[in-house]
Design a protein around this ligand. Structure first.
Ligand SMILES: C[S@@+](CC[C@H](N)C(=O)[O-])C[C@H]1O[C@@H](n2cnc3c(N)ncnc32)[C@H](O)[C@@H]1O
Length: 700
């Protein structure tokens, strides 16, 4: 056997290991190959690939240089070289690698695509659009390329073309692997006399899926409803209390999308709130209307009221009438008879005004009677699940070490009103932490040190939405999620169990006390939390100690400039000494809804948080809120020796406008530029400053 035969066998063996994801073992074999034959270009190229997979980009780059030196005519080697440079954020090297591959093989779709991605990352949008189009010439059926083209066209404000590209992408993506968020946001932001059929269907399809967070798409779904005739008629009566068209009502009560929205989301829309509040009164006072309505609709409306924690305005007379419905129901319960259809409807109406699990006869009834659908859904969501949470709450070990005064009062608030109010998560196929960071935080990825057995900390996880979404989306990590509030943790624990997410552990703890932990974390998420501490910088210092070397921190903090309306609301609430009770929160909401459009308070009704009792309290009645400006955040990061590695969730329009104003800041991390930009565009960070940072060595 010759040396060449031996090398061939080793290469085959290593390739099989790579195909099984066993990169460490494959690395050892490739190293043997190049020890036997230093001129084995394939050995160098494949070693580059496995090192790249292992996140050791610098070593990978050296091997890739060697491979292209040995066989400079092979386009695939240049593609590899470009890919590695791209992961190292060396955009000039990446571009020249892909360009060389294209010179050698002009029809090389992947090289065109990858070069377009480089241009896109650098926000050279016109070049990226041209590149995606070239890639599509040679690979006309790849959904992902159409998708990226759609994203680039959106950033270029070429909305119609963007929608065409998104449509081409999604029709080729039956498994829904591509995120719909931006496309649906774009649909939502445009004016439509009638929504194109494809998008109408796409919105409905999205709501039928079990792997999407339906709450994220409420506003576009409401747009889809608003262009339908029955809804148009009902909504037209919002400002004038006129008689409702019975035909329009029966159409909306049978609309599947509307039913899903009512059951599974928070309908965050002031006009719909008026319609739903009026319908609720109608079902309460008019037994005829109640008996004509499908029980399924009454249950859906009751669930919406449960979802928003009964935030809609109710008069004292309505509450008296609700109480009047109870005796008949209680009599049936005591007599242990099944509920007649009229009583089933009464039960649904009772559930529209307050929690059923606080009504002992209903709880007793739910225990002994096997209620059938759709009432069973109402019982499960509003009686059984709250009971499970109460049990879980008692089982979570309480942390006696919470002694800080602000932490205690913040905890008290979230025990009464956990945050956020959520019902589903986005659940794309899970990724390894490394691939996830590549996708979610591309500008931070090069600074990240991958390590086996990685752990993620979610500090201040609240009711667990983001923590559970993270755990479900990561295939190779354990998540530790901590919060002050047991009620929030109990909700989170129940939801994690319901969703079958098991790589997560919930603990009660104060961030300020986390210094006692001995474990270190590859990634720490702390969103919307530090600004509720007495001293946010003190909390940050604790988190930094818990970060592994080359770990990443994802923070979100309130922007002072974006929250002018919140500041005004807080001042008003403080000046009038309003307590944070349900009655006062509900009353203040109605005051806000009555404001003229030019009032400083008017934008509050544009926040999702405005539409549930607990989130509304979080928005306007918080016991402790700091707001910041970017220079202040920059000094806080510097004090903790952290480097800003990139903002997250910026709107495509903001990216485009920023780069036009500051073309020299390609990484888009200059806080003083951003501060000046924000002064001009104060709503840029309405969803908070969301950003990635890492220890100073991370930036090397
Ligand atoms: C607005 S909620 C954000 C929840 C979650 N991070 C999210 O974005 O959905 C703030 C959460 O931070 C928690 N929190 C505030 N101060 C904390 C502290 N010192 N230690 C731990 N958790 C804290 C609160 O209990 C609350 O659940």
């Amino acid at each position: 056997m010759t040396a060449g035969d031996g090398v061939g066998g080793l290469l085959d063996e290593a390739l099989q290991l790579c195909q099984r994801g066993l990169f460490k073992q494959a690395e050892a074999i490739y190293r043997r190959v190049i020890a036997i034959d230093a001129g084995a270009a394939d050995g160098w190229n494949m070693l580059a690939l496995v090192l790249h997979e292992l996140g050791r980009h610098y070593e990978a780059w050296e091997c890739s240089l060697q491979a292209t030196r040995l066989r400079p005519q092979l386009p695939a080697y240049w593609l590899m070289r470009g890919n590695i440079a791209f992961s190292r954020l060396s955009y000039a090297d990446a571009e020249s690698g892909f360009s060389r591959a294209i010179e050698l093989a002009p029809h090389y779709a992947e090289a065109h695509y990858r070069r377009a991605l480089v241009h896109h990352r650098q926000h050279r949008i016109a070049e990226s659009i041209a590149g995606y189009r070239s890639a599509l010439r040679y690979a006309p059926d790849v959904a992902e390329i159409y998708f990226k083209l759609g994203e680039a066209l959106y950033e270029a404000n070429a909305w119609e073309d963007a929608l065409r590209a998104y449509e081409a992408a999604f029709t080729r993506d039956p498994q829904n692997a591509l995120p719909r968020g931006n496309a649906l946001n774009l649909i939502n932001s445009l004016q439509w006399a009638s929504l194109p059929a494809f998008w109408q269907a796409e919105i409905s399809r999205n709501f039928e899926r079990l792997d999407v967070d339906k709450n994220r798409n409420v506003s576009v779904a409401l747009r889809a409803l608003k262009v339908k005739r029955g809804f148009r008629q009902l909504l037209a009566t919002v400002s004038t209390p006129t008689q409702w068209d019975a035909a329009a009502q029966s159409v909306v009560m049978g609309d599947m999308l509307f039913l899903q929205l009512l059951r599974d989301t928070l309908i965050a829309d002031a006009a719909f709130e008026v319609v739903l509040t009026r319908m609720r009164v109608m079902f309460l006072v008019d037994a005829g209307a109640r008996s004509r309505a499908p029980l399924e609709f009454l249950v859906a409306l009751a669930l919406q009221c449960f979802n928003n924690e009964f935030v809609y305005a109710a008069t004292a007379a309505e509450l008296v009438q609700r109480a009047a419905l109870l005796p008949e129901l209680e009599a049936a319960v005591v007599a242990k008879v099944d509920l007649a259809p009229a009583l089933e409807r009464s039960l649904a109406v009772i559930a529209m005004y307050g929690p059923l699990h606080e009504l002992p006869p209903v709880v007793a009834y739910a225990k002994v009677h096997s209620v059938t659908s759709p009432l069973s859904l109402l019982m499960r969501r509003t009686v059984q699940e709250p009971e499970i949470e109460l049990t879980l709450r008692a089982s979570i070990v309480a942390d006696d070490a919470i002694t800080d005064g602000v932490s205690l009062s913040v905890r008290g608030m979230y025990e009464e009103h956990p945050y956020p109010r959520w019902f589903s998560i986005d659940r794309p196929p899970p990724l390894t932490l490394r691939d996830w960071i590549d996708r979610e935080a591309p500008t931070a990825a090069a600074s990240f040190g991958f390590a086996a057995g990685a752990r993620v900390l979610v500090a201040g996880c609240g009711s667990g939405h983001e923590a559970i979404e993270l755990a479900a989306g990561l295939s190779d990590v354990q998540v530790l999620a901590v919060d002050l509030s047991l009620a929030s943790l109990a909700y989170a624990q129940r939801m994690a169990a319901d969703l079958g997410v098991s790589n997560i552990e919930f603990r009660q703890a104060d961030i300020l006390g986390l210094g006692v932990l001995t474990e270190r974390f590859s990634m720490i998420y702390c969103n919307g939390v530090l600004h509720h501490l007495n001293d946010p910088a003190a909390g940050l210092r604790v988190l930094v100690q818990l970060l592994r070397p080359r770990g990443l921190l994802r923070l979100s903090l309130y922007s002072e400039l974006a929250r002018v309306c919140v500041t005004a609301a807080r001042a008003e609430i403080q000046a009038t000494g309003m307590p944070a009770t349900a009655a006062a929160i509900g009353g203040f909401r109605q005051f806000v809804l009555r404001q003229k459009s030019d009032s400083v308070l008017a934008p509050l009704s544009g926040f999702l948080d405005f539409y549930s009792m607990s989130m509304c309290r979080d928005l306007m009645f918080h016991v402790q809120e700091h707001q910041m400006r970017l220079p202040q955040i920059a000094s806080m990061l510097a004090e903790s020796r952290l480097t800003l590695l990139g903002f997250a969730n910026l709107a495509p329009e903001a990216i485009g406008a920023y780069l036009r104003a500051y073309p020299d800041d390609a990484p888009m991390t200059d806080c003083s530029n951003w501060d000046a930009f924000e002064l001009q565009h104060p709503q840029t960070f309405a969803e908070m400053y969301q950003f990635w940072c890492g220890g100073s060595e991370a930036a090397c």
